[in-house]
Write a protein that binds this ligand. Structure first.
Ligand SMILES: Nc1ncnc2c1ncn2[C@@H]1O[C@H](COP(=O)(O)OP(=O)(O)OP(=O)(O)O)[C@@H](O)[C@H]1O
Ligand SMILES: [Mg+2]
Length: 274
């Protein structure tokens, strides 16, 4: 994927400002940066949830930003999105939530229960086992812990058979232990399936531990792009702002920030397989 001068303006605010990004091998890329840097907007432009103002996203010589109709939907199916708030259907059981990842492969939606083949049901169970939560399959999604729900969302993404995974702050609502499990799952998918993963993270230590490549954004611009080993103190200060002295723990997953986010966990029930 070759991203050239990707830009998004909201009125007078330039949320993403001429961002270039070139990926060749299926890397695990972490995008970091302060709140408002444009991380979410950047990811949402890649899978066409947010229309770009200008720029190009070239994949196999096609400009993704120009795709319409069925071709656009096919692209959206190819890049599975993972959200901070999981976006499961809370009252449905886990296995059905996972099979919803198949929905956009069916042209006619008649009944959820009659359209899935045995193969698809097996596929959904396999995805759950792979994520270590097969025994939760028949529980209602809203009876699971946050970490388990995010693993269900990842299983749903896998049944979509994507070519890429985009994750927007996948661990921001999770406790540190669950956060580790979820990051390990994404890393394992990246390595074993060879799927590129682009992951917005608000914690520096997570980017350091799990990513091959870190992209630092500030005010819509990429101010760093390199391996985690090159994230020196100066670079970090450049990303998060020179005004404040950055302490690594400040940008790391803390129990306090996890519980702060947790209270909002169930508010967003929007279901998106995009
Ligand atoms: N729908 C919108 N309408 C207007 N402005 C928007 C919209 N979405 C984002 N913005 C603005 O674009 C900028 C980038 O926002 P974005 O959500 O991409 O940042 P972010 O890096 O994901 O931040 P955070 O870490 O808080 O999630 C911000 O100034 C934000 O206020
Ligand atoms: Mg964001």
């Amino acid at each position: 994927m070759l991203i050239q001068k990707l830009t998004k303006k909201f009125g007078r605010v330039t949320a993403v400002d001429e961002v270039d990004l070139n990926t060749t091998t299926p890397q695990m890329i972490g995008i970091i940066g302060p709140s408002g840097a444009g991380k979410s907007t950047f990811l949402r432009m890649i899978n066409r949830l947010t229309p770009a103002t200008s720029g190009k996203i070239l994949v196999d010589d096609r400009d993704i930003l120009k795709l319409e109709g069925a071709e656009k939907r096919a692209w959206q199916r190819d890049c599975a999105m993972i959200f901070q708030q999981f976006n499961l259907v809370p009252r449905l059981d886990v296995i059905t939530n996972v099979m919803l990842g198949r929905l956009n492969r069916h042209s006619n939606l008649k009944s959820i229960f009659s359209i899935f083949s045995k193969k698809e049901i097996n596929q959904a169970f396999n995805a759950l086992s792979r994520l270590g939560i097969a025994e939760q399959a028949l529980k209602r999604a809203d009876n699971l812990s946050g970490g388990q729900q995010q693993r269900v969302a990842i299983a749903r993404a896998l049944t979509q058979e994507p070519k890429m995974i985009l994750a927007d702050e996948p661990i921001a609502s999770l406790d540190p232990m669950s956060a580790q499990v979820v990051m390990q799952a994404l890393r394992e998918i990246n390595e074993r399936d060879g799927l590129p993963v682009i992951c917005n993270l608000h914690t520096l230590d997570t980017a350091r531990s799990y990513c091959d490549r870190v992209v630092g954004m500030r005010q819509g611009k990429v101010v760093f792009d390199g391996p985690p080993t090159e994230l020196s103190r100066d670079v970090v200060r450049d990303i998060y702002g020179a005004e404040q002295e950055i302490d690594e723990s400040m940008t790391s997953t803390s129990l306090e920030s996890a519980s702060m986010h947790h209270s909002t966990s169930y508010q967003n029930h929007g279901f998106a397989t995009a």
